[in-house]
Design a protein around this ligand. Structure first.
Ligand SMILES: CC(C)(COP(=O)(O)OP(=O)(O)OC[C@H]1O[C@@H](n2cnc3c(N)ncnc32)[C@H](O)[C@@H]1OP(=O)(O)O)[C@@H](O)C(=O)NCCC(=O)NCCS
Length: 214
């Protein structure tokens, strides 16, 4: 469902709730169940909260997050906030993941959008104290209609450090398939780390949401 209202500062056109077809791949919630999360576009006012999540050691453990000032992040969010998510989208867009209580619990992004090949990548972080409740999985599911329908992508990719079991589970539960290991892909704290490469095709996602499994 797109356009549900969410407590807090969600805007009507920028909210996706997992559980409603065709985004649901089976576990975030049923259409009759309350939604676990909603997504709203990240705004400059979210910069301090996002920086606090970025600073958590467990968030940095598997991600090569470069130093970012509040001013830089605010400027980046201001530029992205007005970006329309449709078949012309290029670059990156970020959303805040909002729990059913209205509390912001993390962020999710669609990035590296390539129009020529209809590709994009998903990335996400959930604040330490909100983990283990299914928020990341629900957020990925909620993002997929934006990626495949609104942004008209044919393939959404993701990478996760091989040892990042929680992130790999999130992707697998959202229907992504592991396509192999990219050896020494990224340097994290000066150490080159192997990453699992994942992807979900629009055709797989549509088949799953209509019950047609290939
Ligand atoms: C990865 C992350 C987003 C998961 O968020 P979350 O809201 O806790 O995820 P969910 O609750 O939807 O699902 C997590 C899954 O991983 C499992 N999991 C959680 N922590 C785990 C751990 N330390 N080891 C193994 N599995 C773990 C959960 O059991 C669940 O799997 P299940 O459904 O089979 O039980 C969160 O841990 C995080 O923000 N980590 C730091 C940033 C990061 O690594 N981002 C991804 C970069 S690729």
């Amino acid at each position: 469902m797109i356009g549900s209202s969410v407590p807090g500062n969600a805007t009507a056109t920028e909210v996706a709730v997992p559980g409603a077809p065709p985004s649901d791949l089976g576990a975030a919630s049923s259409p009759a169940a309350p939604a676990l999360v909603a997504l709203r576009r990240a705004a400059p006012a979210d910069a301090n909260l996002m920086l606090a999540w970025r600073a958590e050691p467990s968030t940095r453990r598997y991600q090569p997050l470069r130093p970012l000032t509040a001013a830089d992040l605010r400027a980046r969010l201001a530029e992205q906030a007005g970006r329309v998510v449709d078949a012309r989208l290029v670059g990156d867009v970020k959303w805040i993941v909002v729990a059913a209580t209205g509390e912001p619990v993390g962020w999710i992004s669609l990035r590296d959008v390539n129009r020529e090949h209809q590709l994009g990548a998903v990335g996400y972080t959930i604040g330490e104290r909100f983990r283990g409740r299914g928020f990341a999985t629900a957020a990925v599911r909620a993002l997929l209609p934006f990626a495949f329908d609104a942004a008209d992508l044919a393939r959404v990719e993701a990478i996760a450090a091989v040892a990042n079991t929680a992130s790999r589970r999130v992707l697998e539960r959202a229907g992504f398939r592991c396509e192999g290991i990219a050896r020494a892909l990224l340097a994290i704290d000066g150490v080159r780390v192997d990453h699992a490469r994942y992807a979900l095709l629009r055709s797989d996602w549509r088949d799953a949401s209509t019950g047609k499994h290939p």
